[in-house]
Design a protein around this ligand. Structure first.
Ligand code: CAA
Length: 295
C-alpha cells in the first residue's frame, strides 16, 4: 500500500495525513473547503517544525513529508488511484453514511474504506456499502503524531484479511494497533467517557473544584491531563455526543450524561475550540485558568 486518501482536514484528518506522509506514503488530503486545506497544511508544517526543533526530525524529512501531501477539494479526484481511504469527517452519522455510499460508488472494489469515527457503529457504516467486509475503523487519538494507539474496530462483516492489513499498516506507521469489536464507544470511549462524565458529576455535586479534580487524577493516577482539561481538549460537544451513544446503545442509566455537561454544551461552552469550557483559553497563552463560572 502506497497511496492513501484522507477525507476531512480538521484536527484528526491533518494529524493522520501528517503521520502517513512522514512515513513515506503518498497522501491525498481531501476537504470540501480550500481554506480548511490551507489551514491543515499550515498546522502540519507547524507540528513538523516542533519535531525539527526537538531534533526528532531532519529539516529535509520535513520538506519530504510536506511534498508527500497533495490537497483536493473534489473527492473523486482525490481518491483516484488510492488503495485505502480513511474518512475523518465531522462526527455526524448522516454525513459519514453519505460519504461511504459515495466512496463505495467511486472506488474500485478492492479499496479498503476506513473510518476514524470515535463512536459511530462500523457495522452501520459498512451497511451503506456493498463491501462491508472491507469497511473498518481506524480510530487514532489526538494529537495523532504523538499518541501511539490506533484502535482498530472490526464491523460485524469486516474480514480477517482486511483487519490484518490495517493492523500491519498501523505498525508501519510506528503506532500500536489494538483490535476491538463494534459495540457502543468501542473500548477507548467506553472507558474514557464515563470517567470524564463522573469527573463532571463530582464538580456538579461540589465534591471538588476544577483544579482539585484534575490535580487528583494528574498526580494520583499519572494522567497527563486531568479529566476536565481532557474534556475541554476533546470538545464538550464530542463528550456529550459519545455519552449519548453509550446511553442509547447500552440502555444503562449509568451512562446518563451529567446535566452540567448538557448545560455547558447548550450554552456554547465547548472547551478549547470555543475558548471556554472548564478553563478559559487565550491564544498564545499556555496557562491553565479556571473558567469564571467555576472560580
Ligand atoms: N504534533 C506533533 N507533536 C506534538 C503535538 C502535535 N499536534 N502536540 C504535542 N506534541 C509533542 C510536543 O512536541 C512534545 O514533544 P516531546 O515529548 O518530544 O517534547 C510532546 O508532544 C508534549 O507536548 P507539550 O510539551 O507541548 O505539552 P504536554 O507535555 O502538555 O503534552 C499532550 C501535550 C501530548 C497533549 C499531553 O498533555 C497528553 O498526552 N494529553 C492527553 C492526550 C489524550 O488523552 N489524548 C486522547 C484523547 S481521546 C481521543 O483522541 C479519542 C476520542 O475519540 C475522543
Amino acid at each position: 500500500m502506497k497511496n492513501i486518501a484522507v477525507i476531512g482536514s480538521g484536527t484528526m484528518g491533518n494529524g493522520i495525513a501528517h503521520v502517513f506522509a512522514q512515513c513515506g506514503y503518498n497522501v491525498s488530503l481531501i476537504d470540501i473547503s480550500a481554506d480548511a486545506l490551507n489551514k491543515a497544511i499550515a498546522t502540519i508544517s507547524k507540528n513538523l517544525d516542533r519535531q525539527v526543533a526537538k531534533g526528532t526530525l531532519k529539516e529535509e524529512d520535513k520538506v519530504n513529508t510536506l511534498k508527500n501531501i497533495t490537497t483536493f477539494t473534489e473527492m473523486a479526484k482525490g481518491v483516484n488511484g488510492c488503495e485505502l481511504v480513511i474518512e475523518a469527517a465531522t462526527e455526524n452519522p448522516e454525513i459519514k453514511f453519505k460519504l461511504f455510499r459515495d466512496l463505495d460508488a467511486m472506488c474500485p472494489e478492492g479499496v479498503i474504506l476506513a473510518s476514524n469515527t470515535s463512536s459511530i457503529s462500523l457495522t452501520k457504516i459498512g451497511a451503506q456499502t456493498k463491501r462491508s467486509d472491507k469497511v473498518i475503523g481506524m480510530h487514532f487519538m489526538n494529537p495523532v503524531p504523538v499518541m501511539k494507539l490506533v484502535e482498530v474496530i472490526r464491523g460485524y462483516n469486516t474480514s480477517d484479511e482486511v483487519t490484518k492489513t490495517i493492523m500491519d499498516l498501523s505498525k508501519n506507521l510506528g503506532k500500536i494497533p489494538v483490535e476491538v469489536n463494534d459495540y457502543p464507544g468501542f473500548v477507548a470511549n467506553r472507558i474514557l467517557m464515563p470517567m470524564i462524565n463522573e469527573a463532571i458529576y463530582a464538580l456538579f455535586e461540589g465534591v471538588g473544584g476544577v483544579e482539585e479534580i484534575d490535580t487528583v487524577m494528574k498526580l494520583g493516577m499519572a494522567h497527563p491531563m486531568g479529566p476536565l482539561q481532557l474534556a475541554d481538549f476533546i470538545g464538550l460537544d464530542v463528550c456529550l455526543y459519545i455519552m449519548r451513544v453509550l446511553h442509547d446503545g447500552l440502555g444503562n442509566p449509568k451512562y446518563a450524561p451529567c446535566p452540567l455537561l448538557v448545560n455547558m454544551v447548550t450554552a456554547g461552552k465547548l472547551g478549547v475550540k470555543s475558548g471556554e469550557g472548564f478553563y478559559v483559553y487565550t491564544a498564545g497563552s499556555k496557562d491553565l485558568v479556571v473558567a469564571p463560572s467555576f472560580r
